[in-house]
Design a binder for this molecule. Structure first.
Ligand code: MN
Length: 292
């Protein structure tokens, strides 16, 4: 047993809007040491910290756009997200729910605030992660895995100390709800004030935390406030999160995909040639059609 060392704690950078509905702080890839390679397989993390959207007749969001070569994972903490795609699919990501979309060979989709939520307005808080795919799976068939909160597997901490929601991977003996292409763990740790939870991941996995609610102490010393991000060095295996107030912490840990990354906008491939092909295919309508 050895403890992971903390590499950095990052405050959220100034937010920017994605479309008109997602007011996000970008943590990956960014100006810290968190480029796409450093946190692979997690190649993008946009965080809409809790933000009040006033009532709007027209749902805010982001219009039709493509993706190829990776997966998008949307976690709705507050508010609801609605989506439609070029295969005719669509749905609502409810509060507490997760959508795991494998874009792979390509989808066109649009992402909006859900209609009723838009009309009423309210607090909106969500994470969108991009999870890279290995070269052999980048052109596989697109698919969705959707989970309402009650369908996410959970580990109950002893003595009513909280709950670990296992979105993917595992926590102790509880396995994740989502299937993944490479080994990774994605957990929502809901820890009550004064309680602790321990975690253990292989040394070479890239491992980080994002504090969604409350404030925590990590390894008994480092204070991490709400909306802050903590990155571990690639040493040691274990760490402890102690909640100084009721806390929700997104825990990410995954085996790096050690392949070249060629990224441009919504396409993440291995080579520039594959990027050119993606743009050409998109231009030729090979991603299908979706009405704005
Ligand atoms: Mn998208």
């Amino acid at each position: 047993m050895s403890t992971k060392t903390i590499e950095l704690v990052a405050a959220p950078k100034a937010p920017h809007f994605v479309g008109d509905g997602f007011r996000v702080h970008n943590f990956i890839p960014s100006g810290f040491r968190l480029d796409m390679e450093r946190m692979s397989p997690f190649i993008l993390l946009d965080y809409n910290s809790k933000f009040h959207f006033p009532p709007s007749e027209k749902p805010k969001g982001v219009g039709v756009h493509p993706h190829r070569g990776f997966e998008t994972v949307t976690i709705a903490y507050k508010g609801k997200v609605q989506h439609h795609d070029s295969s005719g699919g669509g749905g609502i990501i409810e509060e507490g729910g997760v959508q795991w979309m494998t874009a792979a060979s390509g989808v066109l989709h649009k992402e909006y605030h859900e209609e009723e939520f838009s009309k009423k307005g309210g607090d909106f808080q969500m994470v969108q992660l991009w999870v890279n795919l290995p070269a052999k799976d980048k052109m596989s068939k697109p698919k969705y895995q959707g989970f309402s909160n009650e369908n996410i597997n959970k580990y109950e901490l002893e003595d009513d100390r909280g709950t670990i929601e296992v979105i993917a991977g595992h926590y102790k003996d509880v396995h994740g709800s989502a299937a993944t292409f490479t080994p990774l763990n994605l957990l929502n740790a809901k820890i009550k004030a004064g309680a602790k939870a321990d975690f253990s991941f292989p040394e070479h996995y890239n491992t980080a935390l994002l504090v969604i609610e409350g404030q925590v102490n990590v390894n008994g010393s480092e204070k991490v406030p709400t909306d802050h991000f903590l990155l571990f060095e690639n040493n040691g295996e274990d760490f402890v999160i102690e909640a100084s107030e009721d806390a929700v912490v997104l825990v990410l840990s995954g085996e790096p995909i050690n392949e070249p990354i060629a990224a441009q906008g919504p396409f993440v491939m291995n080579t520039k040639e594959e990027l050119r092909q993606a743009m050409k295919d998109y231009g030729m309508g090979k991603f299908g059609y979706l009405e704005e």
